[in-house]
Design a protein around this ligand. Structure first.
Ligand code: SF4
Length: 337
């Protein structure tokens, strides 16, 4: 088990409550993007391509708390941009922890040592640093287009673990990834002592400078199958076991874009973290007015190659809780990577 029992309990009871209330669509993880600025310019990311006046904007702590309360999801993921560059991020994190939300603060960790030494964050079961690591030293520094970032992140993870913080890694795999090197990287992260690893196949952001390295659906299945063909029991992942089966092509799912709604400086993004098809001004409006049936890999060309966790993890989790058969499938998947 790679997450604390209290988190499993909170998320499970939340989902069961949604089932009892017969809510067809419910959010599971709020993607809270408080800024788009970053101290890196990775070729596979389109977030920093916004004009300067947008990159300057920050969500206030009050904006963040309102979004979290309106949405009601038990887990809040804070991507960006680089959240540690937000001047009021410690206040935002404190407020979310007080609200007993399980926060995943996504960071490239370049600033993490400095922030930890300044005492800006306190360890809590509600706070996890989710550190961007796209492979071992050579692969990661290549992916983020700067040398030395892997070593900096590795050092900051060690410090965070020593100080008692929860730490996970967040890895995007692109076309051409070598399964042998990916497995060696998993071993390295387990030895380092992170709580779990998150994985995603690269999605083709239309704003990203490198459009050649994104994976199509079939290539994604091939890559993940090859990586997991020699899976080790020691590897811990921060995913539903069924989502890992989905990445290997052993289960077919449809996207659940409302499972990970996104709130950023423009409002509530339709329909998901990856596509920008307009914005709603309230969470309620997002849920009511988005034409959800227009999305998913069979319904929309823009979704055709997408298998990312922000679209499909919520589907896998919902599957677990939808029937005894789903629960059985999950238990079986836990023991058969
Ligand atoms: S399939 Fe991917 S791009 Fe399409 S709505 Fe779902 S998460 Fe978004």
């Amino acid at each position: 088990m790679s997450v604390p029992i209290s988190q499993v309990w909170t998320v499970s009871s939340y989902i069961l409550k949604q089932k009892l209330l017969r809510r067809k669509r419910y959010p599971l993880v709020l993607m809270l993007e408080p800024l788009f600025r970053c101290n890196l310019a990775c070729a596979g990311c389109g977030k920093i391509q916004y004009p300067a006046h947008v990159l300057k904007r920050d969500l206030s702590p009050e904006d963040c708390f309102k979004a979290v309360e309106d949405c009601g999801a038990p887990v809040v993921s804070i991507p960006g941009g680089e959240p540690l560059m937000h001047p009021r991020m410690p206040e935002i994190v404190r407020g979310l922890v007080e609200r007993r939300k399980y926060v995943y603060l996504c960071t490239n960790a370049i600033l993490l040592r400095e922030k930890l030494e300044a005492g800006e964050y306190q360890p809590s079961k509600y706070l996890t640093f989710s550190v961007h690591m796209d492979g071992s030293r050579e692969e990661h520094d290549f992916a983020v287009c700067r040398e030395g970032v892997f070593d900096k992140a590795y050092d900051a993870i060690k410090l965070a673990l020593d100080k008692g913080f929860r730490v996970t890694t967040n890895t995007t795999l692109f076309d051409g990834s070598d399964p042998e090197k990916v497995r060696a990287f998993f071993d390295e992260m387990m030895e380092l002592g992170v709580e779990g690893m998150m994985l995603s196949p690269g999605y083709s952001y239309d704003k990203a400078p490198d459009q050649a390295s994104f994976l199509g659906r079939e290539r994604t299945r091939q890559l993940f199958s090859r990586v997991f063909a020699k899976a080790k029991k020691s590897w811990r992942f921060n995913h539903s076991p069924l989502f890992l089966k989905f990445l290997q092509g052993q289960v077919e799912y449809h996207c659940t874009p409302w499972g990970n709604p996104t709130y950023n400086v423009f409002g509530w993004q339709k329909p998901c973290y990856l596509l920008q098809e307009g914005y709603a001004q309230s969470f309620d409006q997002l849920m009511r007015e988005t034409e959800w049936d227009r999305y998913g890999h069979t319904n929309n060309d823009k979704c055709a190659n997408c298998m990312v966790h922000s679209g499909y993890e919520a589907t896998a989790v919902d599957d677990t809780f939808s029937s005894p058969a789903g629960l059985f499938r999950t238990i079986k998947a836990m023991f058969s990577r």
